[in-house]
Design a protein around this ligand. Structure first.
Ligand SMILES: O=C(O)C(=O)C[C@]1(C(=O)O)C=C[C@@H](O)C=C1
Length: 370
């Protein structure tokens, strides 16, 4: 562009940018008003000793945005902004800390930030067990854990820890998982090994077999750990997110190497506080029944009887060597909803084992960020 055209453009942009500045000032004034009200809300919560984070209310605020959005902003963009507004308001009511499978740069961190917004204290942990421990010991208020991947199935350690521990599920979020092959040089020259979390290696196995059959595959504790190692050793490549490349000083050899283009992981948020109904909730249960014919069919009868829909059903061996199973069941509705109350009461009487993991807002398409 020549200088004349640049000047012309500047002259036309200037008044528009002045308008944006004036609107920004008004937004800041309104945000400050909102923050003062949040402080008053926080003071009331403090008096009653109740938690700052209210997932059911945040879900309602995000849903209202979808209904009220006049455009031209996309609802997804508006909701992402509001997620940060609520995160910042929450933070002045009282800071919350959230444990996740670290180090920095993992998909767990991405899910944590999408769910809570950026105004939180991130506490990276070295294992899923440690995330649970931190929540159980109340050294953090919440923990974020992967529970199922669309191509690889359930994360069995998370299911087992839910059975053993004493935490309550307070939310869920599903995020797209896109893997990249990273190395120090951005090429595979001199590279003999590729490392990643076992789940990521499994999610990319076809691509690796077809494209880099000679690279030795090495499972490590997380993709971010693989990226850290690749940054130190030129003979190692790593599978991690494209953003991990920046974070660890690596270059992208190839993006999007996951075998399933729609690869997603669902994460759960656990804490010690039960959620109130939001209007669009689900309840997670662990059940088991005596090992006899028709037992599973009978186990589910109270749900059908009270018109409660089952949205997920997983089984895990009870690890007693007796071919007994624990069933992980998600149902529609909150445990305070009348028909759920009736169904749960009956289930408690008819099952050999019953554990309610909590009721929490469903991640609707508008809050799924996918
Ligand atoms: O409504 C509340 O309880 C608030 O604290 C306000 C607010 C918000 O910013 O809208 C902030 C934090 C809560 O998690 C929910 C909502």
């Amino acid at each position: 562009m020549n200088d004349d055209l640049k000047d012309q453009e500047e002259q036309r942009l200037l008044p528009l940018r002045n308008q944006i500045d004036a609107v920004d000032q008004e937004i800041i004034r309104l945000l400050s008003e909102r923050a003062k009200i949040a402080l008053a809300v926080g003071a009331v919560k403090h008096e009653y000793g109740s938690p700052v984070f209210r997932p059911e209310r945040e879900k309602q605020v995000l849903e209202k945005l979808a209904l009220r959005n006049p455009g031209p902003l996309k609802t997804k963009g508006l909701q992402a902004i509001w997620q940060e507004v609520m995160s910042a308001c929450r933070d002045i009511e009282g800071s919350i800390s959230v444990a996740y499978l670290g180090p920095a740069g993992t998909f767990s961190e991405e899910a944590t930030l999408q769910f809570f917004g950026k105004s939180i204290q991130l506490v990276p942990c070295s294992s899923l067990d440690e995330v649970f421990q931190q929540v159980e010991n109340e050294t953090v208020q919440y923990g974020v854990l992967p529970i199922e991947n669309s191509s690889e199935g359930v994360i069995s350690r998370t299911l087992d820890l839910l059975l053993e521990s004493n935490v309550i599920i307070s939310g869920e979020i599903a995020i797209p998982i896109k893997h990249s092959l990273l190395s120090l040089s951005g090429t595979l020259e001199g590279v003999t090994e590729v490392s990643a979390h076992a789940q990521a290696l499994a999610q990319c196995q076809q691509w690796l077999t077809v494209n880099v059959p000679l690279l030795q595959r090495q499972a490590v504790s997380s993709n971010a750990e693989a990226a850290k190692q690749a940054a130190l050793h030129p003979h190692q490549a790593a599978i991690a997110s494209a953003s991990a490349a920046n974070q660890y000083g690596l270059k992208i050899v190839q993006q999007g190497i996951q075998d399933d283009a729609h690869n997603r992981t669902r994460f759960i948020v656990v804490g010690k506080q039960a959620c109130l109904p939001s209007g669009h909730d689900q309840t997670s249960l662990i059940l088991s029944v005596a090992n006899q014919p028709g037992a599973v069919y009978q186990m589910l009868a109270p749900l059908a009887k009270h018109g409660v829909s089952m949205t997920r059903f997983e089984s895990r061996p009870a690890r007693k060597g007796t071919w007994e199973y624990h069933f992980y069941v998600d149902i529609d509705g909150h445990q305070k909803d009348e028909k759920v109350v009736d169904a749960l009461q009956e289930l408690q009487q008819t099952t050999a084992f019953f554990k309610c993991l909590g009721s929490y807002p469903k991640s609707s398409p508008t809050h799924k960020n996918v």
